[in-house]
Design a protein around this ligand. Structure first.
Ligand code: ADP
Length: 173
């Protein structure tokens, strides 16, 4: 089945979904932006699990995803995915960002997640063009079919992304 899509402008750390996605960096040890917000609000449990994952498998590669519990957050899980840093290579960057969405959704499915909230991966510190990032996000979520995952909540933090997503989702209908 196709997924339901919802769009909101919010702080993702406040969302009560089965899973929220973190735009992490390869170290998995926290950083700025949404990553910093998730670790701050979620507490040390998340970092401890990230460290365990690192000890087991090393850094997280761009486009891949790993999962931890959500510590003090209202969500159950945090799916950490590493978006591409924009370097002008549209083809490679798009492929890697699409992998973030695909791998996060697959991981969600494997953990029986029904509702997943996803931020605008790579569009902050990693400077990925917002229009292109939204196009990829909407396409990948639109293409994903699942018997388990039911709904994706796109969580925009800035007005620009909210407007872009609103338009793209409307165009799709
Ligand atoms: P990246 O390094 O992948 O670019 P950032 O965290 O810098 O990650 O930015 C990704 C997106 O997350 C940006 O659009 C930014 O506005 C947004 N963002 C930042 N803080 C939050 C938050 N608390 N909740 C949801 N989105 C957020």
């Amino acid at each position: 089945m196709k997924l339901d899509i919802e769009l909101i402008k919010a702080d993702i750390t406040k969302i009560k979904a089965d899973a929220i996605v973190n735009a992490a960096n390869p170290s998995l040890l926290g950083g700025g932006g949404v990553d910093g917000a998730i670790h701050r609000a979620g507490g040390k449990q998340i970092l401890e699990e990230c460290i365990e994952i690192r000890n087991r498998q090393g850094k997280c590669k761009t486009g891949e995803a790993v999962i931890t519990s959500a510590g003090n957050l209202p969500a159950k899980y945090v799916i950490h995915t590493v978006g591409p840093v924009w370097n002008g290579d549209e083809k490679k960057g798009s492929e890697l960002l699409a992998n973030c969405y695909k791998n996060s959704l697959k991981l969600a499915e494997s953990m029986n997640v029904k509702i997943i909230a996803i931020p605008n991966i790579s569009t902050g510190i990693y400077r990925f063009p917002k229009e292109l990032a939204a196009e990829i996000a909407v396409r990948e979520v639109g293409n994903f079919q699942s018997k388990i995952v039911e709904k994706v909540i796109f969580v925009c933090f800035d007005e620009e992304n909210e407007e872009i997503y609103k338009r793209r989702l409307k165009e799709r209908q």
